[in-house]
Design a protein. Structure first.
Length: 196
């Protein structure tokens, strides 16, 4: 595989993760989540066979579709944050600091396990760090689920370099779908609360 493909995937991960952090429109957020899974597919494909990497891609798209189907007839997807700070400028500034830390530490982390490769480590830690940042800046159920899915996707990406088991890949897919189903349930509860 040419070396520009993993680095293009890392660039796409940066764009989609920043978009998820800033976006408050659920349609854009789910499209960015699908793009995130597509970029992570190319990173995991460097270590896993095509069928295992495609399983993670399809699982992510199914999770996005499940969340979209639960939001299509509700108003629960619009996220008005009541916490401070609310601005997208602060979110981008915080994400910039996190990205600087990830890009500075990724070569040292990749040196611990020489066979993993710098693009995979960088992409995985971008997902983990920005997923944690996303979780720390929101209280809205959809945004929490998106942050958890981003965090779990980063774990799956780094885990693909360590483990090559079909059973583990299937269990991680089950966790992804269960998390999306939990998000659908929480969004339905929020819709019922707002209608009552």
């Amino acid at each position: 595989m040419p070396s520009f493909i993993p680095w293009s995937a890392v660039t796409l991960l940066v764009i989609t993760s920043l978009g998820l952090l800033v976006s408050r429109e659920w349609r854009w957020s789910l499209a960015l989540l699908a793009g995130q899974y597509f970029a992570a597919f190319w990173l995991t494909y460097t270590r896993w066979p095509l069928t295992m990497a495609a399983t993670q891609l399809v699982t992510g798209w199914m999770a996005a579709a499940m969340l979209g189907m639960s939001l299509i007839h509700t108003s629960a997807g619009s996220a008005e944050e009541s916490s401070w700070p609310q601005g997208s400028g602060f979110r981008l500034f915080a994400a910039g600091l996190v990205l600087i830390a990830v890009f500075a530490s990724a070569p040292n982390i990749a040196a611990w396990q020489p066979g993993i490769g710098l693009p995979l480590v960088t992409g995985a830690f971008i997902l983990i760090a920005l997923g944690l940042l996303h979780l720390g800046m929101t209280a809205h159920p959809l945004q929490i689920i998106l942050g958890l899915l981003t965090l779990l996707l980063g774990f799956v990406t780094i885990f693909s370099a360590i483990e090559n088991s079909i059973l583990v890949a299937g269990l991680l897919s089950t966790v992804n779908l269960s998390l999306a189903l939990t998000g659908c349930y929480l969004l339905a509860l929020k819709t019922q609360e707002t209608q009552a």
